[in-house]
Design a protein around this ligand. Sequence first.
Ligand SMILES: Nc1ncnc2c1ncn2[C@@H]1O[C@H](COP(=O)(O)OP(=O)(O)OP(=O)(O)O)[C@@H](O)[C@H]1O
Length: 691
Amino acid sequence: MAQTVDQMFSNPGDELAVTQAWESFLNGQTRSAGALRTLVDVSWQRCAEANVDPNRRAGPTPVSEQDLYLLRERRRDLLEASAPVMACARDYLAETGALMALADAQSAILSTEGDSPALSLAEHIQLVPGTRWSEHLCGTNAIGTALAVGQPVQIHSAEHFCAGIKRWTCSATVVRHPADGEIIGVVDVSGLSSTFNRQSLALVVTTASRIENRLVMAEMERRYRLLDVAMAPWSAAGRDAVVLFDRRGCPIKASEHAQIAIADAGGALDLASVRSVPAFSAASMRRGVGHAQLPAWIRAEWIEPLVVKGEHLGTLLVMRSSQGRARWAAPPAAERQPLALAPATPPELASFSHVLTEDPAMLELIQRAQQLARSKVPVLLQGETGAGKEEFAKGIHGARKGSYVALNCGGLSRELLASELFGYADGAFTGARKGGMVGKIEAAHGGTLFLDEIGEMPLDMQPQLLRVLEQGELYRLGDNAPRRVDFRLVAATHRDLRQEVAAGRFRMDLYYRVAVTSLRIPALRERPGDIALLARHFLERFRREQGQVPEPLAAPVLAGLLAYSWPGNVRELRNVIEGAVLTCPEGLSREDQLQLDPGLFADLQAPAPGGVLGDEDGSVASMAEGEERLIARAVAASGGNLTLAARRLNIAKSTLYAKMRRYGLSRDGIAGAVTGAVRGAVAGRLSVLGE
Ligand SMILES: Nc1ncnc2c1ncn2[C@@H]1O[C@H](COP(=O)(O)OP(=O)(O)OP(=O)(O)O)[C@@H](O)[C@H]1O
């Protein structure tokens, strides 16, 4: 149960009353008549039931060096994720009289950092690595009590159960694993009572959340590699039922008939659950007891550990259907029901002829996309705006039967996006179209749904999409009858979705669904060879459209194009060439006939004057940050004219509004943030533009 704020913090002013309550408690008066916070009262009851010695002077003797090494090895992920945070604690807790401790879920301290005198004092009570601080051993204390209640707790002075630690004050909270919420550790800040302050609790909560964010990043990285490694054996499994487990033994992906196959084999494994199956965990596989521990229905030859460079990333369970055709073996395509899963695209139907490129990396990417088109796994396309993500989506859909339906999740209001995506029932809301509306998901049934800018989807809408992807069922808004849908999902984003997950803006479970496989489309500046190819193509196309005779690409024009960084990628190149063809019907021979706007975008790469809109070192920390800065700069450079800014950014004005809302940017705020130096630069640019 969540605590109220009053219950959360200790109050040193209650010290005397708490001491008296403790004495009464020891004298057998179990109820402390309101002098104690409930959290402490209940904890004391637990201590009494566990026969904790109230006269205990310190924690138990720490485990041996070797056992401590093993404990630390077992929780290497936690230690790695917390290393930078603990390193900071060394500096920011210096001379504060406080220390920070990191413990595992069994309350054993794995490491401590902080103020040196505090660390020395802590040795007197065994608040040191290798000691367990559970309530059962040490009575009420922040580490043990946080583990007991799974919440942030502050335990001050007399609130401790054991006499020997009543001179101390401590705050702690648990660290949970991002995949399933399991408690994997505790962060604690402790010091002598005189160091009490309420902020210690905030410090441990923020520290724990920083550690959890780093755990998310590490977990995503691992899963990413796991999915990559599993792709080949997964495809090789053909019609066999397959389940992929991560290193913790959690099932993360299963073929469509896996659940039936498990039931047929006499197993009881719920694939919809995120709970781990210990027999499949890397730890039990590593100990070599995995096979021995396997439930009887699993044959040892079905297990395929996925190990890369000694690291056990996960395990594949391939349930071979060799004896005749088992019930779960996927039927050949011809036998399938029309409403069964969307047919995979035969390779020859995946067409990429419209994607012009001579770049070796792009050609390789096209080959990979062609392979992916054969399966129906979701594909995530990543790349900068205008790089050609949608062209790839169309290529993957190819000539597959069924429609190609595209929807941009950015730039639409929440409500509009929901009705566009899921459709709505007749009379679902005022102004709803009579007879209801078919949403894009339903429209893509049997075909391909391309969700552009999926990273912009509001967080609270994401579970709805996840449910559709997991269950193949959709509810139109205002409707309570489910509709079966089967489509191939291709999603695109210019964001780093893993960072979005870490920042809490994108759900991890949805990420795993949409990013089963991903392709990164390189930016145009990373493939200079394509600049000439595409420029020639667009020049010929637009001149033809204008009824002009074709002309070769003049060397000075090409030089200008090659010198530019193309932040808007192929779309920008197309626009620049189209603009030049329209304004120069006499032909293109000089670089200055191209309307390139390097200044606006160059600011992105160069250090921002005064560091106001950029990092001090001029680097761009993330795509989202880059976008935010780009928008801020465009608005600033457009003198706050949002129509002009949207045009410069090559996006719809509604998209610009939505993005500004998302980043909390306001026209006035941006104007105010621009330093004199930026103002000078902007003014210079505006005067050049005649504004
Ligand atoms: N390799 C290519 N060959 C020919 N045209 C291309 C190529 N790549 C992109 N284009 C063209 O560039 C424009 C932008 O491409 P596309 O819409 O696929 O980019 P995107 O990455 O999806 O952009 P956004 O993220 O802004 O939606 C389109 O007009 C597309 O036809």
